[in-house]
Design a protein around this ligand. Structure first.
Ligand code: SF4
Length: 351
């Protein structure tokens, strides 16, 4: 790529953050009911998920992603709900993998359907996967996934991804005080020396349904101290500006772990992520309240130039920094949870 084109390809927001990452939710449905995302008492049998006609078709997602790539997007992540519930997903992966400028194509899944799909996803052009796994003991796993599957199926999915050649494999675990702190060292033991990268995530106030409370957050420092006491760690430089995880390696060479500390150490300053919901709403922050309707543009008469101009306008006006604001607010009022506004639910835009 020549330098002129790279300058033309950089789109900066109000805080000079480039648009580089696009997270694409392909469904709002999930086969799990994780209490910190889709508590089963809310997302029950009668919950009205998005009707099919409202969900973006693969050709619409491809068209939008092409335009995002022209504005500087280089990394794509497929999310949900649970993306492997979307039929024919390898067809979409194939379309996206071929878009000029796309350098990385990842998928986040709860892993239960991964053993069935890993080979086809890899063959279609998927590069790597992130699997959510919050505990290894069955009781805690059941409690944190809504009693919908067994740990063994997730571990089988991870193994299938490894043998299909999806790499690196990251394992995401949300840690909640009083629920699964004990799982931190069990997960460390499970994935040390495997080449898979465990990432421990501070419990966040995503959406409006997970009864978040700062008292239930296990901070990054607490998690690190717990691990370092058993397996000494050393910090590793970030691979890329805007990466969400703080990286560490085991001093004994057994690999790497990451910590995502959105509550205790917000990283909004380097946030280069846009999020597309399954029904074509663009969110410029995980804690956003209002999406920009792109579906109407796509299904209307707008040309690619008009869509591109609209995306550029949206990003250029972006000033989101929710996690930093939450931090500032709770500094001023320790009892405060975060800026009180109705945040988009996580099953609509993925993590
Ligand atoms: S809170 Fe919003 S702006 Fe900050 S890092 Fe998360 S998604 Fe980005």
């Amino acid at each position: 790529m020549s330098s002129e084109s790279s300058i033309a390809l950089t789109t900066l927001d109000v805080l000079q953050r480039p648009l580089q990452d696009l997270r694409i939710s392909v469904t709002d449905r999930c086969n799990f009911r994780c209490p910190y995302c889709m508590p089963s008492e809310v997302f029950g049998e009668r919950y009205a998920f998005l009707p099919k006609p409202e969900i973006l078709r693969f050709e619409e997602i491809e068209r939008l992603t092409r335009i995002f790539a022209q504005l500087g997007v280089r990394k794509l992540r497929i999310t949900g709900g649970e993306p492997l519930l979307r039929a024919e997903l390898p067809c979409l992966i194939e379309r996206l993998a071929g878009i000029p400028g796309v350098e990385d194509l990842a998928l986040t899944t709860n892993g239960v359907l991964l053993a069935q799909h890993a080979e086809a996803l890899r063959a279609a052009g998927l590069v790597r996967v992130t699997v959510s796994l919050d505990a290894l003991d069955e009781a805690t796993f059941q409690r944190l996934s809504g009693r919908r599957a067994e740990v063994a199926r997730v571990l089988d999915g991870i193994e299938a991804a490894r043998s299909a050649g999806l790499a690196p494999i990251k394992i995401n675990a949300v840690v909640i005080k009083g629920v699964n702190e004990h799982a931190v060292l069990e997960l460390v033991d499970q994935f040390r020396g495997t080449g898979h990268i465990l990432r421990l995530i501070e419990f966040m106030d995503v959406g409006t349904r997970n009864a978040w409370d700062r008292e239930r957050v296990v901070s990054a420092d607490e998690m690190l101290a717990r691990i370092d006491a058993v397996y000494p760690l050393e910090p590793v430089a970030p691979a890329r500006a805007g990466d969400v995880a703080r990286r560490y390696r085991y001093r004994d060479g057994a690999g790497e772990i990451g910590i995502i500390a959105s509550v205790s150490e917000p990283f909004c300053g380097g946030c280069t992520r846009a999020r597309l919901s399954a029904d074509g709403q663009l969110f410029t922050c995980l804690f956003g309240t209002q999406g920009y309707d792109l579906k109407a543009l796509l299904r209307g008469t707008a040309s690619d130039d008009v869509v591109r101009q609209r995306l550029r306008e949206i990003w250029r006006r972006r000033s989101d920094r929710y996690s930093e604001e939450r931090g500032e607010l709770t500094m001023a009022q320790p009892s405060a949870s975060g800026p009180a506004h109705s945040r988009v639910e996580m099953n609509r835009i993925g993590g």
